[in-house]
Design a protein around this ligand. Structure first.
Ligand code: GRF
Length: 202
């Protein structure tokens, strides 16, 4: 499957996917990386890995809809089968998410449906919970609301700072995202009637 990754910043999850796709047995080819931020560190890492990169930024378009149309056109030009959001900080329009439904996934740094949105690690610490983690889900119109494909949990330890916890979660994000993308790319995880259907997964 041809996969395009959308980023806004650091791109460590992007790099985890690129590394996974370096294995000839992995069922994915990363064919492009698009950022809404021309200065994103991840763009440099993608270019260094010889992957086509493109910045599609807010400043270049009069409206959100126009930007999403340009994004859609670029994904079509790159012949993307699957789109991975990896720290992409824009909310996509319903027209866009409907068009790509079942073919677009995101990683979020919490055990959804808890802690949608920003500052998930601080909120997990403040919650008093003893576990936290990350989720890969299909993208739908609502932010961080789509059907869940896979999750990984980590402990919250008594003296954890936000930095400790986010680093612990990030490490498992880098394992979970390639695993979840493999399920989608092989058709073992599909979206049907707004639900994630998993087959051949034990
Ligand atoms: C990750 O924590 C991801 O879960 C969230 O944004 C962060 C992106 O980090 N959506 P990176 O750019 O992949 O390093």
């Amino acid at each position: 499957k041809r996969v395009v990754i959308l980023i806004s910043g650091r791109g460590s999850n992007m790099t985890a996917l690129i590394d996974a796709a370096g294995d000839p047995h992995y069922p994915v080819e990363i064919v492009g990386v698009i950022s809404d931020n021309a200065d994103a560190m991840g763009l440099k890492a993608a270019a260094a890995a010889n992957i086509a990169t493109k910045a599609i930024t807010k400043a270049d378009f009069p409206t959100k809809a126009a930007l999403d149309e340009a994004l859609d056109a670029e994904l079509t030009r790159m012949k993307a089968d699957v789109v991975c959001l990896a720290g992409y900080m824009r909310l996509l329009s319903p027209a866009f998410t409907e068009k790509w439904a079942g073919r677009i996934i995101n990683i979020h740094p919490s055990l959804l449906p808890l802690f949608k949105g920003l500052d998930t690690h601080t909120r997990a610490l403040e919650s008093g919970m003893r576990v936290h983690g990350c989720t890969v889900h299909f993208v739908t119109a609502g932010m961080d609301e789509g059907p869940i494909i896979a999750q990984a949990a980590v402990p919250i330890l008594p003296d954890d700072t936000e930095a400790d916890l986010s680093a612990r979660v990030l490490t498992v994000e880098h394992q979970l995202y390639p695993l979840a993308l493999r399920l989608v790319a092989t058709g073992k995880a599909r979206m049907e009637n707004d639900k994630a259907v998993l087959t051949g997964v034990s």
